[in-house]
Design a protein around this ligand. Structure first.
Ligand code: DAT
Ligand code: MG
Length: 137
């Protein structure tokens, strides 16, 4: 299949809990490949752009505060159906609903602090990869 790319974030809670290796191990074990990786702390401006679709939601301010609260690991990941494949590894947005064996299901309990982000569509992936890694071809 044609390789696709997705943006994965190990969010600040995942960094604080030492789960970067665990997340990378799982996506590599699945057969996805790392294309880019960078540990960085987001500005509010980048966070608000990344989560622009949620601007009107009641949790938006809290979400931006959380995602800028410390370093995160930004990854570009490639493989066949990479977007769907990583969303399946991540599990449902609410970690209590996420099944065991998924990243959120195994490591998280609260919806905001759900360890990882993965792009949800080809359009989102293109937009998010350009935002985080503008130099990536
Ligand atoms: P996902 O990260 O699974 O794509 P989303 O795009 O709907 O989920 O929401 C983005 C993030 O916002 C999500 O990972 C955690 C947070 N979030 C979503 N719904 C929430 C809610 N009801 N209360 C608090 N945080 C929420
Ligand atoms: Mg989303």
């Amino acid at each position: 299949a044609t390789p696709a790319r997705t943006l994965v974030l190990v969010k600040p809670d995942g960094i604080a809990r030492g789960l970067v290796g665990e997340v990378i191990s799982r996506l590599e074990a699945k057969g996805l490949r790392l294309v880019a990786a960078d540990l960085r702390t987001l500005t509010a401006e980048v966070a608000e752009t990344h989560y622009a679709e949620h601007r009107e939601r009641p949790f938006f301010a809290s979400l931006v505060e959380f995602i800028t609260s410390g370093p995160l690991m930004a990854l570009v990941v490639e493989g066949p159906r990479a977007i769907e494949a990583f969303r399946a590894l991540a599990g449902a947005t609410d970690p209590v609903q996420a099944g065991p064996g998924t990243i959120r299901g195994d490591f998280a309990l609260e919806v905001q602090n759900n360890i990882v982000h993965g792009s949800d569509s080809p359009e989102s992936a293109a937009r998010e990869i350009a935002l985080f890694f503008p130099d990536l071809g």
